[in-house]
Design a protein around this ligand. Structure first.
Ligand SMILES: [Zn+2]
Length: 401
């Protein structure tokens, strides 16, 4: 292909991608709206739009009365049945597989606790992923050729599981392009791309429980670092003298100090009624509603367990805010839904930041029980929205990942 050809493809991709993002984020968008927002001529927009309608990527929808002029105004929308993606989330305890359309709407979901499997080695996991993916497609009568991509969101340090092999094999056996990333980064993409509330391009996305992670969003992109580990707030060193050990190999890192496993150990040490705060030891689930009540009552024992931990967390987050200067911090995790806990963390961060800086903590509106939504957003970003659903560019984009 000539250089000129490549360049015009690049421009085409960029324009198509922009159109898709505008249609995803807005309602009742007309060709004129696109031309205004993209600063392209109406004729230019019409050519691109016609091509995308012909390919079935977008649709013309019911015309709207154009107030005053008495003319009908034709609006455009993404054809949500143009294609689908599969999203897989691998956490410490669960595997969740989701199928969604190009608008990110869930078609179906399958979830399985690892404890229900006889073993969670790469090979058996791989067979399960392939089998359930095909089943989900079959049960909704979706042809495999309509699946644009397969997103995998994973947590770091999964034992016994070879992620790169899973990625290669899924791609080979299903013949679907696979994209993978850390699950917190994937969730941040879902926050950015599929929630109407997200208006900033410069924010921190923090996920708490189980484990702790952060995605740094700057100018709408997620900062990766040299090997995609930027944002690992959970493994910043807070109290090395405490000699805690962590899967990251460091001592006194934040996650080892505030993890739910440690909290459960402390609760077991105290015993009595406090054991009731442990809802599921295997999955490290704590009854935060109850914890919140006890904190409101200023129960000494509960305070002694949780206050120092939230203090460590606040200190690390305050340092991240000072370093990265975000517009706000978007927090994701069940603890943030509890008012007393939220207030405790919020106040401590503000104490650390001092009088000249204020923190703006925003509660994420993403579903807490479905982290595979992040994997769906990841797949849609790289195989649909960033490529403009432009076949040649999908292949080029995937090569650079
Ligand atoms: Zn660590």
């Amino acid at each position: 292909m000539s250089k000129k050809g490549l360049n015009s493809n690049e421009v085409k991709k960029r324009n198509r991608s922009k159109i898709l993002k505008i249609l995803r984020n807005g309602k009742d968008v007309s060709r004129k709206d696109l031309s205004d927002q993209m600063q392209l001529t109406k004729a230019g927009i019409s050519t691109i739009v016609s091509e995308m309608i012909e390919e079935g990527v977008i649709l013309e929808t019911g015309s709207q009365e154009n107030s005053g002029l008495g003319r009908n105004r034709i609006t455009l929308e993404i054809n949500k049945q143009f294609g689908y993606v599969l999203g897989l989330s691998l956490t410490e305890t669960h595997l969740t597989l989701l199928i969604a359309n190009v608008l990110g709407e869930t078609v179906d979901v399958y979830s399985q606790a690892y404890s229900q499997l006889t073993n969670i080695e790469t090979e058996s996991l791989l067979n399960l992923i392939i089998e359930k993916s095909l089943y989900l497609l079959w049960s909704h009568n979706i042809d495999k050729s309509l699946v644009l991509g397969f997103g995998i969101g994973y947590i770091g340090g999964l034992k016994n599981i070879d992620l790169s092999r899973i990625k290669i094999e899924v791609e080979k056996r299903l013949m679907i392009e696979v994209v993978s990333d850390n699950n917190v980064k994937a969730l941040a993409m879902s926050q950015m791309d599929f929630t109407q509330e997200e208006e900033s391009e410069n924010f921190l996305f923090v996920k708490y429980g189980p484990g702790l992670g952060m995605a740094i969003v700057q100018k709408g992109s997620i900062i990766g670092g040299v090997d995609n580990r930027a944002g690992e707030i959970g493994h910043t060193i807070i109290a090395p003298h405490l000699d805690t050990s962590c899967r990251c190999g460091r001592k006194g890192c934040l996650e080892s100090l505030i993890s739910e496993k440690g909290i459960i150990k402390d609760l077991e040490g105290i015993g009595g009624d406090y054991l009731d705060l442990i809802l599921d030891k295997g999955r490290s689930i704590i009854d935060y509603q109850q914890v919140n009540k006890l904190l409101e009552l200023e129960d000494e024992t509960t305070l002694s367990i949780f206050q120092p931990r939230y203090d460590y967390f606040a200190k690390s987050l305050a340092n991240s805010i000072i370093l990265l200067n975000p517009e706000y911090v978007c927090v994701y995790g069940s603890i943030f839904n509890e008012t007393e806990i939220f207030k405790m963390i919020h106040d401590r961060i503000n104490d650390y930041l001092g009088t000249n800086t204020n923190v703006n903590l925003k509660l994420s509106n993403l579903d807490l029980n479905n982290s595979a939504r992040g994997s769906v957003a990841l797949a849609l970003r790289y195989t649909f929205y960033n490529t403009g659903a432009f076949k040649e560019s999908i292949i080029e984009t995937l090569k650079t990942l």
